[in-house]
Unconditional design. Structure first.
Length: 423
């Protein structure tokens, strides 16, 4: 069976035509628990790459908007807040609704909202229009993530960490590509060139339509067979709520620190070392590329050694490097930011899969809750950090944020992996 699924994926995996063809041949003739549908996972990862490339264009051009519209750090923080909050608030609701009633074309509609946001962003002339574009892109993202994360789990064949990491690494890769597009396309050709990236959203809509067809066929297959008993948590409800709260606190520490880098790292580099806008974006690409690498590593490692161990090392392990970052020269700042990206990013796949095992009958809702909370923390955190940067300076922000990984100590209160699996 593994050989069959690998054959489905042969060829140029990230060619849209090849992916569409491979998804169409990945008809779920065997149960998903016994086969990893690699073609579907690669398609979802590719769509995540496209979705997050679109998302990352907005923060990547903050220095451009800062100059074109004479924005303050507070206004940039509010812009990021609008994007992140719209990208977060709908996610748990979308996951909850689609857990009960699957909507196989919903993710395609979400990518359409991102397409609309791109066009608005390209031709915006006023600050409030920038806010509207940010909201539209955020809404598209909030629809995409929970539904696609659930489909990734359905296609995993039981390799949950691998599937979640493969899905997420597409997003992180897209986030890393954004600054390059800003440096080599938007900077030389102007804000209106953002409209050229509409082709990314259109490609994503085609791929997601075909993934929706696969998911619909899988749903029909499951519905026609004997009805399986809904999985239940191995822990009592009160304990589940406490553990979810601990995981949320860990996500808070991770994403608030990441918000300081994704939103203000370019400004930090420009102010501290006097680098150009283009060079600052290239260094941001190095950091975001490291985040993508860490994301992909975290899931498979968690499959082997357990999610709790990965969470321990990932969040608390970043502390020595975050403490050193504000004092480093330019070379070591680049090196430390890459290490921080790899180490911190490895936690999220482990946290998502750990939470899905904790509440196995609400996969979409849990995915939406944690993706949404992560986006919300990043949005609120960016707005707050922008105000702090205006009041105290951008360097002060990094001195304070350096201590956030200490929150990783609460991992000690998480149950062992085998305690959350129902036998």
């Amino acid at each position: 069976m593994r050989r069959e699924s690998e054959a489905v994926c042969a060829g140029p995996l990230f060619s849209p035509r090849a992916l569409v063809m491979s998804i169409s041949t990945a008809s779920p003739t065997t149960t998903p628990e016994t086969r990893t549908a690699l073609s579907v996972l690669f398609a979802l990862s590719a769509c995540h790459l496209l979705n997050d490339t679109i998302q990352s264009l907005l923060p990547a051009i903050y220095p451009v908007l800062h100059q074109n519209y004479a924005l303050t750090f507070t206004q940039i923080g509010v812009l990021h807040f609008v994007f992140q909050v719209t990208a977060s608030l709908l996610q748990p609701a979308v996951g909850f609704v689609t857990d009960k009633r699957p909507m196989f074309r919903l993710a395609t509609i979400g990518m359409g909202a991102s397409l609309l946001g791109l066009v608005i962003l390209a031709f915006a002339t006023q600050y409030w229009v920038l806010l509207l574009a940010a909201a539209s892109i955020g809404i598209g993202s909030s629809i995409f993530h929970p539904d696609s994360s659930r489909n990734a789990r359905a296609a995993s064949g039981g390799r949950y960490g691998f599937a979640q990491s493969l899905f997420q690494v597409g997003g992180n890769t897209g986030s890393a590509i954004g600054p390059l597009l800003a440096a080599y396309v938007v900077l030389p050709f102007g804000q209106s060139s953002i409209a050229w990236f509409s082709v990314l959203a259109l490609t994503g809509m085609v791929l997601l339509w075909n993934v929706g067809s696969w998911a619909k066929a899988l749903h029909a297959q499951r519905s026609s067979g004997p009805k399986a008993k809904a999985p239940e948590s191995a822990l009592p409800h009160r304990k589940v709520v406490i553990v979810i709260g601990i995981l949320a606190l860990l996500v808070f520490s991770k994403y608030l620190y990441l918000a300081s880098l994704t939103s203000y790292y370019t400004f930090f580099l420009i102010e501290r070392f006097g680098v150009s806008v283009r060079d600052s974006q290239l260094l941001l690409f190095v950091f975001l590329g490291a985040v993508a690498l860490g994301t992909f590593a975290g899931g498979p490692i968690g499959d082997r050694i357990g999610r709790k161990a990965v969470i321990w090392v990932s969040i608390l392990g970043a502390l020595p490097f975050t403490l050193a970052l504000p004092y480093a020269n330019l070379f070591w700042t680049a090196v430390l930011s890459a290490i921080i990206g790899v180490v911190l990013a490895s936690a999220f796949s482990a946290i998502i899969v750990y939470a899905q095992q904790l509440v196995p009958n609400r996969v979409g809702m849990i995915s939406g809750l944690f993706f949404g909370f992560a986006f919300g923390v990043a949005g609120v955190g960016a707005a707050f950090l922008g105000m702090v940067a205006d009041a105290k300076g951008i360097l002060f922000v990094y001195h304070v944020c350096a201590f956030l990984p200490l929150i990783g100590l609460v991992t000690v209160f998480l149950p062992a992996d085998n305690a959350i699996r129902r036998r």
